[in-house]
Design a protein around this ligand. Structure first.
Ligand SMILES: [Zn+2]
Ligand SMILES: [Zn+2]
Length: 335
């Protein structure tokens, strides 16, 4: 195995995708060279599509190991998914299992290291999670932000409020829909899960997955809930979600974006409420989520509404950004 010269799709800004000559190094000690076969698009890719990216974009990739560097144990041919963060594995956060809060990460795939829309990815072996031979690659990408990030946000809420009896999710984009799906599977069929958004399409999509649709302007009409997850990043949605919490309730903010102003006495102290943040998910969440995905492949697979070949990457983004899609996955043939 030597350095590979090939072409890769680059987001060139203003919605253009350009195929450029590109060189991938051979995997170094502890690294794997992975051939991405599916990469799900994400709201956090939007800025790259608009403004361009110096590295190959894509951070929700599933693929196959095609070469392994020295001091690795993963066989060539192993199928798996790639964790976003090149976490160090040694810092205080990593040693506590919070790889998503690594204090010394080497980079983020698709943001400052070549990501999953390209023909190859060089990753640290510790970032690669084997998935076995049964899961289709597009479905396997659900292990990343849809199940991983959403599941971690729900776990944060459950850490404060075990036995959540009612839930409000603000924002029915991919992360919000992921929270809905994971919460439906975790909390059972009878717990009401209200989902708010401004988009009719997204509200009916959320309803089809078992949510109770709420127009964003009507959050105040939702009965008090034990927990809320904000996946919208909007200050107004966060405020409405907090106002709708029962005493002892918890709001988890998982969508980056605007602020939230707190009046500490009424908002937190007198009401015993908590506001938490949740960023991505610990690597150690993968095995449990893989089992959940295997058992619920039909339900979770409905979150992928579109797949496009990598040659149609621009169209894939346009479809995703139209606001009338669930997850949009870009696929690549083996070869
Ligand atoms: Zn993502
Ligand atoms: Zn670390």
């Amino acid at each position: 195995m030597t350095t590979t010269v090939t072409t890769a799709p680059f987001l060139a800004g203003a919605g253009r995708v350009e195929r450029r000559s590109h060189t991938y190094p051979e995997p170094g000690p502890g690294q794997l060279l992975v051939r991405p076969r599916a990469n799900a698009l994400c709201g956090s890719d939007h800025g790259l599509f608009r403004d361009g990216s110096p590295v190959v974009a894509g951070h929700e990739a599933a693929g196959t190991v095609v070469a392994a560097g020295p001091a690795t144990a993963t066989p060539v041919g192993t199928r798996g998914v790639i964790y976003l963060m090149a976490y160090c594995g040694r810092c205080r956060s990593c040693r506590a299992g919070a790889t998503n809060l690594c204090l010394d990460k080497a980079g983020d795939m698709g943001f400052n290291r070549d990501g999953g829309l390209g023909p190859l990815e060089v990753v640290e072996e510790r970032m690669f999670f084997p998935i076995g031979d049964d899961l289709p690659f597009p479905l396997a990408t659900m292990l990343l932000d849809v199940m991983g990030t959403s599941g971690a946000a729900l776990n944060r809420a459950l850490s404060v409020r075990p036995g959540i009896g009612s839930l409000l999710i603000t924002g029915a984009g991919p992360v919000g829909v992921g929270v809905l799906a994971v919460a439906r599977l975790t909390l059972g069929p009878d717990v009401p899960i209200h989902v708010s958004d401004v988009s009719e399409w997204r509200l009916s999509f959320a309803e089809s997955l078992g949510g109770i649709p709420v127009h964003a302007g009507s959050i105040g009409d939702v009965p008090e809930v034990d927990a809320a997850v904000d996946a919208s990043g909007r200050a107004t949605a966060r405020r409405s979600a907090l106002d709708g919490l029962a005493k002892g309730g918890v709001l988890v903010c998982v969508g980056h974006g605007e602020d939230l102003r707190l009046d500490v006495s009424p908002d937190l102290i007198a009401t015993g409420r908590a506001v938490l943040g949740s960023e991505y998910f610990p690597y150690a969440d993968f095995p449990v989520n893989l089992e959940v995905l295997r058992r619920n492949a039909g339900y979770l697979g409905r979150i992928v509404t579109h797949t496009f070949d990598v040659s149609e990457t621009a169209l894939a983004f346009e479809t995703f950004l139209s606001g009338e899609s669930g997850k949009v996955v870009v696929t690549q043939e083996d070869g």
